[in-house]
Design a protein around this ligand. Structure first.
Ligand SMILES: *Cc1c(COP(=O)(O)O)cnc(C)c1O
Length: 217
C-alpha cells in the first residue's frame, strides 16, 4: 500500500469516529526496512518515523537527517538503561517507558542533555510474560512515580496480544489514560490502526502496510 492510501484510510476512520481530520499522527515504522524504501517515503515528504532499536536507528537517521533536515524519530521498542543516553540524544519520543530504574535514568539524561523527548508509558494490557510494559493494575502508581521525578508523560502505549481483539486493549489503555489525565495514546499497527483511530489513538505505528513485509536476514 502506498503512503497516500494509508493516509486516506486514516482520514476515513477519523471521519467515521467524528474526530478531526489529521488528529492522528502516523508513525512510519522503518525498522529493518531497506534504506531505499525509507528514502522513498522521506521523498514523499513524510517526517515521522519509528524504530525499535537504538543501534539500528543510530546507523541510519543521522544521515537521513543530514539529507532531509529535521525528521521526528520515535523509539517504539524496549530500552535498556545502558542505552538511555544515546536514546535521549537521538529520539524525539520514547514509547516504552515501563520501570522505575529506566524512568530515573531518563530523568537524569533529560537533566544532563537539556533535551526532553516525549515519553510514553507502555502498558502490558494482556498481562503477557514475554511483553514489556507495566501491568494495568500498576499503571496508576507508576505514572505517579514518573511524575514525582518531574517527568511529563505524553501518553500511554500498548501492543495488544496477537490473538485477541485489539479494541478491548485499546479501550482499556484509553481508560487508564483518561483517569490519569494523559492525552496521548500510541496504539494501532498495520492490521488494526483503523480500530485504534476509532478508539482515540493519537499516534499509530504502521510499518509493513507502508513499506512492505520486513525480511529478517
Ligand atoms: C514493528 C512494530 C510496529 C509496526 O508493525 P506493523 O505490523 O509492521 O505495522 C508497531 N509497533 C511496534 C512496537 C513495533 O515493534
Amino acid at each position: 500500500m502506498s503512503l497516500s492510501d494509508i493516509k486516506s484510510r486514516i482520514e476515513k476512520a477519523e471521519a467515521a469516529a467524528g474526530r478531526d481530520i489529521g488528529s492522528t499522527k502516523l508513525i512510519a515504522v522503518s525498522k529493518v526496512q531497506p534504506n531505499e524504501r525509507v528514502h522513498g517515503v522521506l521523498e514523499q515528504g513524510h517526517r515521522l518515523f519509528g524504530e525499535n532499536k537504538v543501534q539500528e536507528a543510530q546507523g541510519k537517521w543521522p544521515d537521513f537527517r543530514a539529507e532531509f533536515g529535521p525528521v521526528d524519530v520515535h523509539l517504539i521498542g524496549p530500552l535498556q538503561t545502558n542505552k538511555v543516553k544515546a536514546a535521549v540524544e537521538l529520539f524525539d519520543a520514547i514509547h516504552a517507558v515501563d520501570r522505575p530504574k529506566l524512568a530515573r535514568k531518563i530523568a537524569s539524561e533529560i537533566q544532563a542533555q537539556g533535551k526532553s523527548p516525549d515519553l510514553f508509558i507502555q502498558v502490558n494490557t494482556g498481562e503477557e510474560d514475554q511483553k514489556a510494559g507495566v501491568l494495568p493494575a500498576e499503571a496508576d502508581a507508576f505514572i505517579k512515580e514518573c511524575r514525582d521525578m518531574d517527568l511529563t508523560i505524553a501518553g500511554l502505549m500498548v501492543i495488544p496480544p496477537v490473538d485477541e481483539e485489539p479494541s478491548l486493549h485499546f479501550a482499556l489503555l484509553r481508560k487508564i489514560a483518561e483517569r490519569n489525565g494523559i492525552d496521548g495514546l500510541s496504539m494501532g499497527m498495520s492490521s488494526d490502526f483503523e480500530r485504534a483511530v476509532a478508539l482515540g489513538a493519537t499516534h499509530i505505528r504502521v510499518g509493513s502496510a507502508i513499506f512492505g513485509d520486513r525480511t529478517y536476514s
